[in-house]
Design a binder for this molecule. Structure first.
Ligand code: NAP
Ligand code: GDD
Length: 329
């Protein structure tokens, strides 16, 4: 039986990855940082079924060393990050500490405790930022546009550096935006799907949005965690772009999401400059042909299917909140 340690297990991807690893027969440990509120909502259903949480923080080197000594993993998936782009302008130093230096802390812990551990780094299409070519591949130069993007570029290169310096099996997955009903409420897809459900149920009339012309290559998180696992199972470590290759605007996202419940987004969506970013990533489109060729990976959920899945889930969630009294007019 193989053992995996996941940082960021309480996040969107951590929960899908843990489920997938359990299905593959892994013993799964997840690093959980201390918080005064409950953060295990997304993995609650797995705590009885094989996932063990262990306390630690990417800011605290000793906690990572202890986590590795205690869990003795074969594979480490480093998904922990300050991952919300706008927050990275408000807290650039914290973002650097967690999202950039946190990677080095984990790599150092691996080097000290067991350099045979295989390491996955959650890199991001945000690294391409002001894109230098389209579509973006593993060879496209980076031009990050946010402190978050800059921190991820550092994480990407330090991952490659530990591979080349110490021969550790490290891989960097350059994943384009991926979403699900478990997405945080502040990210655009979930903000829209939850907003649509609240509007449909009569709890609000308006949805205030930022740049409706921004375009993203959106996929389903459940598909993308499979690519992470496949990368660590190759004979040689390498880096891969993971994307659908299809790009849609935030405006199209609103159109499809509102139409799902019989509404016209133009009656409800208001563009509000308060949500504009100091520097925008206008358009991202990934070319995942290397992942298709070498990993045999391909996405199974398309854009429309993804948006419908998220709206349907939020319609059910809002209905359940009304029934339980958690949401009242
Ligand atoms: P997410 O839902 O925001 O989850 C982030 C996770 O990181 C949470 O479990 C969070 O814990 C944890 N974390 C934050 N600070 C930490 C710290 N100091 N020490 C340990 N853990 C910490 O993000 P996601 O969407 O699942 O994304 C997973 C990873 O992939 C992130 O690194 C993200 O930057 C990257 N990525 C995401 C996408 C995407 O479209 N989703 C695309 C490319 C790359 P709490 O629950 O305690 O906050
Ligand atoms: N969040 C948000 N809220 N975004 C909005 C809004 C809004 O009201 N209105 C328009 N947008 C636009 C943003 O300006 C951006 O261009 C796009 O929608 C997507 O925003 P997010 O969903 O917040 O995601 P992101 O692309 O900035 O970052 C996500 O994807 C990265 C991969 O490219 C995050 O998951 C990152 O952690 C990840 O690395």
């Amino acid at each position: 039986m193989k053992t995996a340690l996941i940082t960021g297990i309480t996040g969107q991807d951590g929960s899908y990855l843990a489920e997938s690893l359990l299905r593959d027969g892994y013993r799964v440990f997840g690093l959980q940082r201390r918080s005064s509120t409950i953060t295990t909502e997304r993995v609650e259903h797995l705590l009885e079924g094989g996932v063990t949480l262990i306390s630690g923080d990417l800011i605290d080197e000793n906690s990572l060393i202890r986590a590795l000594e205690k869990t003795e993993p074969d594979e480490v998936y480093n998904l922990g990050a300050q991952s919300f782009v706008p927050t990275s302008w408000d807290q650039p130093i914290l973002t650097g500490e967690i999202t950039a230096l946190g990677v080095t802390r984990m790599l150092e812990a691996i080097r000290i405790v067991n350099p045979k551990v295989r390491f996955y780094q959650a890199s991001s299409s945000e690294m391409f930022g002001k894109v230098q070519e389209s579509p973006q591949t593993e060879r496209t130069p980076f031009y990050p546009r946010s402190p978050y993007g800059v921190a991820k570029v550092y994480g990407h290169w330090i991952t490659i550096n530990y591979r080349e310096s110490y021969g550790i099996f490290t891989v960097s997955g350059i994943l384009f935006n991926h979403e699900s009903p478990r997405r945080g409420l502040e990210f655009v897809t979930r903000k829209v799907s939850f907003g649509v459900a609240r509007i449909r149920a009569g709890f609000q009339k308006e949805l205030r949005m930022g740049n409706l012309d921004a375009k993203r290559d959106w996929g389903f998180a459940g598909d993308y965690v499979r690519a992470m696992q496949l990368m660590l199972r190759q004979a040689e470590p390498d880096d891969y772009v993971v994307a659908t290759g299809e790009t849609h605007s935030v405006r199209e996202l609103c159109e499809v999401a509102f139409a799902r419940v019989g509404l016209d987004y133009r009656d409800h969506v208001v563009q509000d400059e308060r949500y504009f970013r100091p520097a925008e990533v206008h358009v991202l489109t990934g070319d995942a042909s290397k992942a298709r060729r070498k990993l045999g990976w391909r996405p199974e959920t398309d854009f429309k299917g993804l948006v419908h899945m998220m709206v349907d889930a939020d319609m059910e969630l809002v209905a359940a909140m009304i029934r339980s009294g958690a949401m009242t007019k």
